[in-house]
Design a protein. Structure first.
Length: 136
């Protein structure tokens, strides 16, 4: 549910409910850190690193570990948001062709797997972290 509140009323609530004000500050601070980190990746990282960073962020916000097959391990997480290659490219500051190629490379490296077109991505958490930490 989304609602709106006037600025004056919001300030009054925060001044009366200090615990709410602290939680709000924590939330805004976290979001600011995320945006700062994203901007750093966008400015200085390769397209591969930007895509890995994006997949990591998406995984932290939209994932589940409900494997469909018995061979899946807890290291594999399903990305519970369907995005086209074009949407991923736009978010990573690239073009669709480059992102499509990189997704195929990541699949070959065992970092992700696809069950088919228009199906959710499965991402190996450990391998993703290793790839993110690797030098460009």
């Amino acid at each position: 549910m989304i609602c709106s509140i006037e600025s004056r009323q919001f300030r009054e609530v925060l001044s009366m409910k200090t615990d709410l004000a602290v939680k709000y500050i924590d939330m805004v601070t976290l979001r600011l850190r995320e945006v700062e980190e994203l901007l750093e990746y966008m400015a200085y990282a390769s397209v591969r690193k930007r895509l890995l960073f994006l997949l990591n962020k998406l995984l932290s916000k939209f994932s589940s570990t409900k494997p469909k097959d018995t061979e899946a391990s807890p290291e594999w997480a399903r990305l519970d948001i369907e995005l086209t290659h074009q949407e991923l490219a736009s978010m990573a500051g690239s073009i669709r062709e480059t992102v499509s190629s990189l997704l195929s490379q990541l699949e070959a490296e065992g970092i992700l797997r696809r069950e088919g077109s228009r199906k959710p991505l499965w991402i190996h958490r450990g391998r993703l972290q290793i790839a993110l930490k690797a030098p460009s």
